[in-house]
Every structure is written in C-alpha cells, then in structure tokens.
Design a protein around this ligand. Sequence first.
Ligand SMILES: Nc1ncnc2c1ncn2[C@@H]1O[C@H](COP(=O)(O)OP(=O)(O)OP(=O)(O)O)[C@@H](O)[C@H]1O
Length: 293
Amino acid sequence: MIQCENLVKIYQASGLEVVALQGLDLMIEKGEFTAIIGNSGSGKSTLLNMLGGLDRPSAGKLFIDGKDMLKFNEKELTEYKRDTVGFIWQNNARNLIPYLTAVENIEIPMLLNKRLRRERALELLDAVGLYHRKDNLLHQLSGGEQQRVAIGIALANQPKLLLADEPTGAVDTKTADQIMQLFNRLNRELGLTVVIVTHDQRLAKRVDRVIAIRDGRTSSEMIRRKSYAEEMAVLEESLDLEEDSHDEYVVMDQSGRIQIPSNYLEELELAGLNKLQLHLEGKEIVIRAPSDD
Ligand SMILES: Nc1ncnc2c1ncn2[C@@H]1O[C@H](COP(=O)(O)OP(=O)(O)OP(=O)(O)O)[C@@H](O)[C@H]1O
C-alpha cells in the first residue's frame, strides 16, 4: 500500500534549510495497522503529511496504492486526498465545524463529493458508536466523542488509507483506549490500512507494527508476534496486553546500512567510536570495539 524509498523532505524556513526527512525507507502492506513513534522533531508529522498528500516530498520515492506521489499534478493530488485517504488530527478544531451538529459535520466531505446522503452520514455515525448523539452540536459532545465524529468524517469518502496524527493526544486514557479500539475495528472489519502517529508507547503496543523514526530516518521496527486482530478476538474486553508482545527489528536500507540502537552502544561502551570491527561467526554478524593491536 505504501512504499517509501530514500524519502527526503527539506523545508525552507527564513533562509535556512531544515531537513525533516533524510532518506526514510518504509513499506506498509495493505490492511496493516501501524504506529509511528519517535521524539519530538523526528519527522513523524512530516511523514504523515507526505502520506496524506498535504505536502510534497523533496526527493526519493513514494508510491501509495500503486501511484507515484512525486509525479502527481495538482488535480491528481486533490483526487488522491478526496478518494484515497482519510485524515484525523489531534486538534478537533482542524477536523470539525463547531456550529454544525454531529451528523451535519459528517455530511460535509460528501457534499464536496456531490454524493450527499444523510443516510450514509448516519451509517457512519453509527459505525463510530455515536448514532444517539446525531443531533447534538459539537460543544455538547465530549473530547472523545468529537474525535469519533472526526473519524466518521475521515471515513466519509470510503478511503483505503486512514492517517491519524496523535489522535488520542487530547483525551484521557480510557477514551484513548476506546478510540484505539475503534481504529482496530475499522482495520479489521473494513480492511482499512491505518497509520497513526503517537507519543504514547502504551498505545503503540496495541497495533500490529511499530516503526520508530529518529532524525528523519526509520530507525527500528517492532512487529507483533500474533496479529493484533487475533489478539483482540481473544481479548476484546481486556485492555491488559502482554508487555512483551512484539519482536524488535532494526531497519536495513537498500545499501545494507543499519542504525545500532543507542542503548546497545552505551551498554557496550561503543558510543562515540567512529569505527567498529565486524565479522561473521557462523550465521551471525558480530560487531565489537576495534582491538588495540
Ligand atoms: N513547515 C515547516 N517549515 C520548516 N520546518 C518545519 C516545518 N514543519 C516541520 N519542520 C521541521 O521539521 C522537523 C520535523 O518536524 P515534524 O513536525 O515532522 O516532527 P514530529 O516528529 O512530528 O514532532 P512532534 O512530535 O513534536 O510533532 C522539525 O525540525 C521541524 O521543526
């Protein structure tokens, strides 16, 4: 579904160049539920904006749903945003129109698409568990309910890809869990590919794959041993997932480069060295500090 190779994004800010993505590699299959984590400023939102067609990459390759995003003209980009992708932000003000009711908010994207259907808007409201709040104005809804309306809006045009930037950043833990369950249900039942950006390691445990970004590059990856869907089938009601339910991988780029996690370097006192010894031992690669002689 998503294929990024050596993706670069450079912003120009008051005469200075900021390299927000510096050669990021990423593959996401159709139907996967992925979380992107990383420190503030590591490039998570920049990546999501590229995936959502809200901004254009400076260089590299980005294919989504078989289409080359770097070759899109304005019209194709608008069609992509309208038909392929649904976007949810942390901040409700970017998702919702305050003076409309819940159901009217969901109708908006369908209006732009000339497919206005109250019936469909109500279906979507039902899908996000808010049918009973359809006639409430937004200020009458809680933060979590507003975020669910935003998810309904993102689904209005039947996207294949759902992107969410810190979707639970402004709600409490219990509401965050409900929102994650909703994403999971949409992923399982509609087969939607879902990518969320989060700071919250706890939420990241509840997806199939976690991709960590450091300094605008993919630095490591965790893949769930059992699919989240399988686990949820058993644990539908329980929110306590095993601590250790992911295998960790480092990402290797096309040229064979990997990034060694900083805690490994520190533990073995390798941090700060500019060369290391590398050799094969059977089927394993051993990395160690250079010997003195
Ligand atoms: N429009 C812009 N103009 C200039 N620099 C930008 C712009 N957007 C992002 N940046 C810079 O690019 C880098 C990556 O920013 P980005 O917002 O993608 O990080 P992030 O990982 O999402 O951070 P956070 O978790 O704080 O939201 C930062 O150094 C940021 O200052």
